[in-house]
Design a protein around this ligand. Sequence first.
Ligand code: MSP
Length: 649
Amino acid sequence: MANKYYITTPIYYPSGNWHIGHCYTTVICDALARFHKMKGEDVYFLTGTDEHGQKVEKEALKRGITPLEFVDPLVAELKDMWRLLDVGYDRFIRTTDEDHVKCVQHIYQKLYESGDIYKAEYEGYYCTPCEAFWTESQLKDGKCPDCGREVTRQKEESYFFRLSKYAPRILKLYENDPRFLQPTSRVNEMVNNFLKAGLQDLSVSRTTVKWGIPLPFDQKHTAYVWIDALSNYISALGYGTEKDELFKKYWPAQLHLVGKEIVRFHAIIWPAILMALGEKLPEQIYGHGWLLIGGEKLSKSKQNARPELTDPYELVKRYGADAVRYYLLREIPFGSDGEYTTERFLLRVNADLANDLGNLVSRTQAMIGQNFGGKVPPQGAEEAADAELVSMCGQLFERMDADMGALNVPDALSEIFALVSRANKYIDETTPWLLAKDPAKKERLGTVLYNLAEVCRICAVALKPFLTLAPAKILKSFSCDENAGFDAMKFGLLKEGADVEKLPPVFPRIDIKKELTEVEKMVKRPSVSAHPERSEGSPQTKSEIAIDDFSKIELKIGEVIACEKVEKSDKLLHETVKIGDEVRSVVSGIAKFYSPEEMVGKKVVVVTNLKPVKLRGVLSEGMILCAEDENGLSLISPEKFVESGAIVK
Ligand code: MSP
């Protein structure tokens, strides 16, 4: 039976203003999940949102809406962000989901009945933004020791969880199983900052917060948000219900990957709860470092997340999802913090993707085109100069596997790019352009190009867990199966005579100086919003129309089911759009802002009663609506899920 691999991200606070720091945990989990899937393992990848608590309650109240009305669009935005970055989770759990609520109530009931939850009076300090309780001695200068903000003194009736009882078992756990909490520095933090002094019982219910899960045995109280949130890792699998097949199959988790600031909850409270429930513990908790700006955590509350520089939508729009994923996975030594700057981002993407990988692919394809009519040449006899390259190909999977097993994603990528660099050096050593001049060396030229094509193919397979667009393009261009698994990383599988297509640059080179000036200009422009479609710029004013005039326009929601560039046009895309039961051909001038791949799956607003026209010879039976500002075009999409064919009015 295949090994199973259950991996989770933390569930996100629906705070909006998503920045690239938010993407870090989830993109890494996605790469790990894809890697294990490609190894043939039975993977379950969980992410979601953490929606209850005082923060949301207050924000909703301020706006005069219900907490659910407040969080729904933010959850939709988050899902949109994962779609944008090609994050392929198996379930997106919301703590407002009915099955989760029932599971949390089941957990409280069980712990209450076993005596691990009891009623007492709570007195202490509460930090609302962190949703965390502190004792007086834990405060730093009277403020929250985590975020440095004001805390409020609170005294109220509360239920407590007997956390103190589990402290010795947790200490033993760290001692006996060093893999449980990684990197090791986090163990020292937990022991020195919390466990050494002994743990106090934890207040796990509130009477003052209404936006939470009511306790089954005392409806006046709602569940403490961290118990509510941590339970998602098992509620998502049906724990405590009759439909618990997933729980039986996937629990315990192989990995909870979390940011270092929330290790405390995962490595102390969560195992204690599981111990009290009599359930197995996750195999590993890994506390990763942060993306920093100016030495501080990139964070919405610290206001250092300038949308022009850090908004994933902007970054993907400008540089593509693969570039953003690559930066996140490669740049920061795993477990450490790393400073984020646009320049570092651009340097990394340019050096590795555009120069090293892009060059290798385009030089190889160009030379095969020029010398072998665009067909893979015969492999020929191996010479001494080929040995190192061929042997690196043979070792690549094993090396990556070891790095990924140690969760060292950046090093796994370095292995791949070491091979890419070696292949570029091999070009300089074997000088195929000179071989091409001598007809007697045609066979040798074929071998050199075969070897280079093999490196391109093997690297494309190896890159599949990390990048989601370029590997398929590269594989297709060498007539290889884009669904290939790791067994395809064996050297020599490329078929002689297969068609090789010369791709346009997979990663266009960025003129860093020019780009930095552009970005600088954007930052200086104060009115630029991260989401042009939501900006309040001054719209062009047109003369008034009556409602009857407006109602002449038929607008419907369509889903783009296929999309390609219109030949010989750098502006036009040709979309196939499903509108209810109908399928239409639509041409739109958005190619500079959206790639065809990005368009597929998008829900858009279509003007459906426009007279059909032909643009560059392609029939257009409608118009897709976009907003425009100085940054360009942005598609208008429904903010919640709606069926294609829905009327827009
Ligand atoms: N809701 C809690 C988690 C509950 S899990 C049972 C939470 N949510 S969060 O939205 O604040 O954070 C989600 C993830 O984003 C965390 O892993 C956090 O560390 C990560 N990041 C947010 N900002 C970050 C950086 N600047 N850098 C790297 N990751 C950071 O915590």
